[in-house]
Design a protein around this ligand. Structure first.
Ligand code: BGC
Length: 750
């Protein structure tokens, strides 16, 4: 029973709508603007963003009614112990609930982009590019449930994830945060992640203790910046924007994503944070999004300080608010006060703010925060990094490893190998397996390196020798590595990238010329190639393992090595997963979610490129798509044969769905998993359309000799020509479907 004096908004039996309306009516302008502003606590490295201590956060909540706090679990956070962070969340919630006039609880967002990985000991999954290599909606959904459960146990309620960016520029330092280069793969996995994060447990929705709000980011077209420079302008055409970059957001929104984060960049001359065309006309009116928009951290300030479309911070605040932005994620007191000025000066209508405040309050009610704002502090340690969670991260890592090359069937390594050498900068580093958006400087106790994994999976008779050979960009003792290789029966050389976020990383990685991990080159640093050369020269069979966050250009290295294995930041359990693939405990099923170019000069290298004319004849031009390893590529220890592909009809009505079946048999002698990929080509169309485009994918697991049929349903959107204004049409004429070297045709009727 509710007391007479209890306001409606505190009545758990009232509907969310009634509670929001009641609360909104009671709020002053200052209180409203507080709800539209966040603040974060950080260490000194975050100085340019304005660093705050926890005490600062407490007074901003108490005295200015700030509605969002990020006190832990970002790359800059000083607080990342699972025993401490739930207490921090509770302390701040208590101030909000008990020491502010209306007692509005806080939202606590974090970047849990591959697990709650900025909290020490939490489960760290492969980064998105690695998860994408599994091509498994199910694994992505389950991984996201674990992430949400661990977040919620520490008091965090909003995840700045999933990433629905389509990676079209591997020089870009955030490629590993994406689900790859194909709009349909990215869209399906972003949708699965939203479902996993937000849950639907017993109808409790977001109020469930295993659910958090998802933020799909960075809307739209952040991922093809000029020169690969993070946040650089994107001059994408409107039809490519509609065909490639927007559809994954549509799928995530369709799945009910609670929030959208705009991109820092400008598109077609409009910085997204200040663009009504993108934030309201496209996102809300056209795509029907009715959730919250949260600025990418300083995205509003950048309108003034970087893009030069606003004359002052106040002007930037006005622009963003009028464009449709709801929340300035780290605007702090300054932003909240400017927003008050804007309304008082009639630059922004209070009605406009009310829409945004309503959305924020709705989310707080949906998350159950008014009724149950605190977490049990013992939960942090108990839930974070649970065995069952780690087990799932190992499964994901195993499925994410891609076998790129296997000359003479070197892999899996024979039982008879007595002496194995493991060498290279990434052979014994956990940081390198996890990449950025993870607590850095990890002790190897947190997970398993490749060296540790090989120690675990080889039998007592096998010696696993280790020689570093090189750091990320300098050689150490090459002679020692070469001597150890000569003495070994096989050598595993683990090269690649180290830990980095956006475009910065430890100096040991960027090097004096800053060429790595930044964007001018995709080759490995010469020191690493030299190590591989010295090992391969010994004649000992050599496996190259590449660990990193993007498709590096390794044509020379692939020539030197007998076998090549790839892991896109496979996480804490990545070393074990790689070792399992090397010895054949796991039959590799990862497939490339992004093309691997031969060099920067070959870019762009995407499977769904448009056809190019050949003015000098077919043979006089380099091929338009010439990757070292193609999109979708990945070998197995068994052989899959594609026997047939067929369409449900040869003459297809444009309003209908079309069924396509692909028959696959396991012709080898081991059980294995194949990723059946379906591509479509619109043979004749009024606009230029891609030579092929991924439209469907299914994982099939087959015992030796078994056959199965993968069936896909193509809808009109899959077959449509996309016009620059976003309209789509299925045009009559011939189409081709392709899978595993087989193809079939159908004709769309008038
Ligand atoms: C990134 C976002 C991230 C935010 C908070 C920004 O710089 O672009 O993806 O969510 O920082 O860490």
């Amino acid at each position: 029973m509710v007391d007479e004096g209890t306001p409606t908004y505190e009545d758990r039996d009232a509907s969310i709508d009634e509670r929001v309306t009641d609360l909104l009516e009671r709020m002053t302008l200052a209180e409203k603007t507080g709800q539209l502003t966040g603040v974060f606590s950080s260490d000194a490295r975050a100085e340019p963003y304005g660093s705050h201590t926890l005490k600062d956060l407490e007074s901003l909540v108490r005295e200015r009614g700030i509605g969002w706090v990020t006190p832990f679990a970002t790359g800059f956070s000083t607080h990342n112990s699972p025993a401490v962070v739930p207490r921090i969340a509770n302390r701040l919630q208590r101030i909000a609930r008990e020491e502010t006039r209306l007692g509005i609880p806080l939202l606590v967002p974090v970047d849990a982009v591959h697990g709650h990985a900025n909290v020490a000991g939490a489960t760290v999954f492969p980064h998105n590019l690695g998860l994408a290599a599994t091509w498994s909606r199910d694994l992505v959904r389950r991984a996201a449930r674990v992430t949400a459960t661990e977040m919620r146990a520490t008091g965090a309620t909003v995840n700045y994830s999933p990433n629905a960016d389509v990676a079209r520029e591997p020089r870009w330092g955030r490629t590993y945060e994406t689900y790859g280069e194909a709009a349909s793969l990215v869209g399906e996995l972003a949708r699965a992640e939203v479902e996993g994060l937000q849950g639907d447990t017993d109808g409790a929705g977001l109020a469930d203790e295993t659910a958090v709000a998802a933020t799909v980011k960075h809307f739209p077209a952040y991922s093809a910046p000029r020169r690969g420079e993070d946040a650089a302008p994107n001059d994408v055409s409107m039809s490519t924007l509609r065909r490639v970059f927007v559809p994954p957001f549509e799928r995530a929104i369709d799945a009910g994503a609670a929030a959208v984060m705009p991109s820092y960049s400008s598109v077609d001359g409009e910085p997204i944070h200040g663009s009504r065309r993108f934030l309201t006309a496209l996102l809300r009116e056209e795509l029907g999004f009715d959730g919250l928009t949260l600025s990418d951290w300083h995205g509003v300030a950048f309108l003034h300080s970087q893009h030069g479309t606003a004359s002052s911070l106040r002007d930037a605040v006005d622009q963003a608010t009028r464009a449709g932005l709801d929340v300035a994620s780290i605007g702090g007191r300054e932003y909240a006060d400017l927003l008050v000025d804007s309304v008082e000066a009639d630059a922004v209508a209070e009605r406009r703010l009310d829409e945004s405040v309503r959305r924020v309050l709705e989310l707080k009610f949906r998350l159950g925060l008014f009724d149950d704002p605190y977490v049990d502090p013992s939960k942090g340690r108990a839930v974070v990094g649970r065995d069952a969670h780690r087990e799932l991260s190992l499964t994901c890592a195993r499925e994410s490893i891609v076998l790129l090359q296997n000359d003479d069937g070197l892999l899996p390594l024979e039982d008879g190998i007595d002496d194995l050498l493991v060498t290279g900068p990434n052979a014994d580093s956990l940081d390198a397996l996890c990449g950025g958006w993870t607590v850095a400087d990890l002790s190897t106790d947190h997970g398993t390196t490749v060296r540790g994994g090989l120690d675990t999976v080889t039998d007592a008779e096998t010696t696993v020798a280790f020689e570093p050979g090189a750091s990320t960009r300098s050689t150490t003792d090459l002679d020692a590595a070469a001597a150890a290789a000569s003495a070994a029966d096989a050598a595993v050389v683990v090269l690649g990238e180290n830990w980095y976020v956006h475009e910065f990383g430890p100096a040991a990685v960027t090097g004096p010329t800053g060429e790595f991990p930044t964007r001018n080159r995709l080759e490995l640093p010469p020191a690493q190639t030299r190590l591989l050369e010295r090992v391969a020269e010994t004649g000992t069979p050599t496996v190259l393992v590449v660990v990193g966050g993007r498709p590096v250009a390794i044509p020379d290295e692939a020539r030197l090595a007998d076998a090549v294995v790839l892991g896109f930041y496979p996480g804490y359990e990545g070393g074990r997963a790689i070792a399992d693939v090397l010895v054949g405990e796991t039959n590799p099923s990862g497939r490339l979610p992004i093309s691997m170019p031969k060099s920067v000069g070959h870019l762009p290298t995407v499977h769904d490129h448009d056809p190019s004319p050949r003015p000098l004849g077919e043979d006089a031009h380099p091929p338009a798509y010439d990757p070292l390893f193609a999109f979708g590529h990945g070998l197995s220890y068994t052989d899959f044969e594609y026997e047939a592909i067929s369409c449900s009809t040869e003459r297809h009505d444009p309003a209908d769905d079309l069924a396509v079946s692909v028959t696959v048999t396991n012709r080898g002698d081991r059980a294995g998993t194949e990723v059946v990929q379906l591509y479509l080509r619109d043979v004749v169309s009024s606009r230029v359309t891609p030579v092929r485009e991924l439209v469907g994918f299914e994982r099939v697991s087959l015992e030796p000799g078994d056959r199965t049929q993968a069936t896909f349903s193509l809808n009109p959107a899959d077959m449509s020509v996309v016009h620059p204004d976003g309209t789509t049409v299925v045009e009559p004429g011939r189409f081709e479907v392709l899978s595993g070297g087989r193809s079939a045709e159908f004709t769309v009727t008038e």
